[in-house]
Design a protein around this ligand. Structure first.
Ligand code: PMP
Length: 350
């Protein structure tokens, strides 16, 4: 090793799902929305000559629109470049203790990557045999708590009482609820932010708003939390939100009818698809998200994953203990899901 190499920060990066280049594939591997963004977003006028200027560092128009939508004040909202950016900033800002932060052992696989990157000590807490979070595991003194609700990749939700229980037992640290998928099912923790000043709720435009490509995420919480996030952001990169994101994000929020219709379509397809999977011999965890986590009674998940890929259908497979016989299948259009069911029928000779 060369002397200069010794000082390099070594990290094992997060591996995102594949973004294949081929046309005509059915892409059910990264929980994108199969429907386009709102027509208001598609028709929005961005004055691209504006790119000459730096964008508004506070992204005030977008913050205002999001705050208004959720009946909050502007100082209760922080925006970032996808919820990955918001979550990374939150780890950097709030998880600054010598005590370990806690999160589930089976969860969004970016959490341990950020913890390693920022040298934050952490302990994972095992989900129970039904893949549920166990509240008592989070009672001990810690440096902070984070979990997604619904959890990923299981798709399972916890209820508000569970979240209150966690908050009651963790009043001295920041508790982050990552609600990337909450629009597809389950009850949001947002109603609790006035009661618990240490609660941060994080959302994204990537799933329910069909805007993964623009990269918008946001956090909601007590003004003191939001100020702390902004202070860290302005110490790192003031201009995270580019001008088109701000304009197009605002348009998306304005079109609530389209948003609700799209979410309802995905949920209806999910319900149909879960029944089909069950008919074909799969066990599905009850999903409250835009994906289904399922395991077949006799054919290994890895085999189905590989064969599906051969057939041009991409789903997600995690070669990890306890979940290595499951597939995470994003909900596509009805047509895409019918084609996937057809493929499964052939594979399973049904
Ligand atoms: N949280 C969870 C639980 C996720 O699954 C994802 C998607 N990979 C994200 C956050 C990040 O999504 P984005 O950065 O697109 O907002």
């Amino acid at each position: 090793m060369k002397a200069w190499e010794k000082n390099i920060r070594r990290v094992v990066p997060y591996t995102p799902g594949e973004q294949p280049k081929e046309k005509n594939i059915i892409k059910l591997n990264t929980n994108e929305n199969p429907y386009p963004p709102s027509p208001k977003v598609l028709a929005a006028k961005t004055e691209l000559e504006q790119l000459r200027l730096y964008p508004d560092p506070a992204a005030s128009d977008l913050v205002k629109e999001i705050a208004g939508y959720h009946n909050l004040n502007d100082n209760q909202v922080f925006v970032g470049v996808g919820s990955d950016d918001v979550l990374a900033m939150s780890f950097l800002t709030f998880f600054n203790s010598e005590k370990p932060i806690y999160f589930p052992d089976i969860t969004y696989s970016f959490y341990d990557v950020w913890a390693d990157l920022f040298k934050i000590p952490y302990e994972t807490k095992a989900l129970d045999d039904d893949f549920k979070l166990v509240a008592e595991d989070y009672y001990e003194e810690n440096g902070g708590v984070i979990f997604p609700n619904p959890n990923a990749p299981t798709g399972l939700v916890v209820d508000i009482d569970f979240i209150c229980d966690i908050l009651e037992h963790n009043q001295d640290v920041v508790v982050i609820v990552d609600e990337a998928y909450i629009d597809f099912g389950g009850q949001s923790a947002l109603s609790l932010i006035d009661r618990y000043e240490n609660l941060l709720v994080v959302r994204t435009f990537s799933k329910s708003r069909s805007m993964a490509g623009i990269r918008i995420g946001y956090a909601m919480g007590n003004p003191a939390l939001i100020k702390a996030l902004n202070d860290v952001k302005y110490s790192y990169n003031s201009y995270t939100m580019n001008y088109p994101s701000i304009v197009l994000g605002v348009e998306s929020i304005k079109d609530d009818i389209y948003f609700k219709e799209t979410v309802a379509k995905v949920v209806a397809t999910r319900e149909w698809f879960e029944k089909e999977l069950t008919r074909l011999g799969f066990t599905c965890l009850p999903s409250a998200s835009n994906f289904v986590f399922a395991s077949h009674g006799s054919v290994p998940a890895k085999v189905i994953f590989e064969q599906a890929k051969e057939a041009g259908i991409f789903v997600r497979y995690f070669d990890k203990p306890r979940i290595n016989n499951f597939l995470r299948i994003s909900i596509g259009t009805d047509e895409e899901m019918k084609q996937f069911v057809c493929f499964l029928e052939q594979l399973l000779n049904k």
